[in-house]
Design a binder for this molecule. Structure first.
Ligand code: 5GP
Length: 116
């Protein structure tokens, strides 16, 4: 059964989220605990647990759509010119908490490097 993660529940509309984009394959919604003025999560509806489960050939179109959505969100939120950060946390030391693939889009403030 798909998605016993919190994001699976958002995909199935079992719990609410502030959804900014939705297609047959991809969804974008606001992070519930934002770390920047703009903090949006872009996810595939298909449950891929983490970035290391991506198969470049199999998931090429899906990943392309996720980046198209990220680009559209950046424009809509007005951070496309100022810049922003796209992040995939992978596994325990990567800081991943939800095991349903998601790309963070963070913007609206100066990002620092190295990240924490
Ligand atoms: P991770 O640490 O796995 O890369 O990021 C998970 C993100 O999901 C965190 O930034 C966290 O705030 C967000 N998050 C966790 N639960 C929910 C939820 O129920 N709704 C929304 N919108 N975001 C969530």
């Amino acid at each position: 059964m798909m998605g016993d993660t919190v994001f699976g529940k958002i995909v199935r509309k079992e719990i609410p989220a502030e959804i900014l984009h939705e297609s047959d394959r991809v969804m974008a919604f606001k992070d519930v605990n934002p770390q920047a003025p703009t903090h949006v999560l872009i996810i595939p509806k298909e449950e891929i647990p983490k970035a290391s489960d991506i198969d470049g050939k199999k998931h090429a179109e899906l990943l392309g759509e996720m980046f198209d959505v990220a680009n559209a969100v950046a424009k809509e939120r007005g951070v496309d010119e100022s810049g922003y950060r796209l992040v995939f946390n992978v596994g325990p030391q990567g800081g991943q908490e939800v095991y349903h693939l998601h790309m963070h889009l963070l913007g609206g403030r100066q990002m620092r490097w190295p990240p924490g």
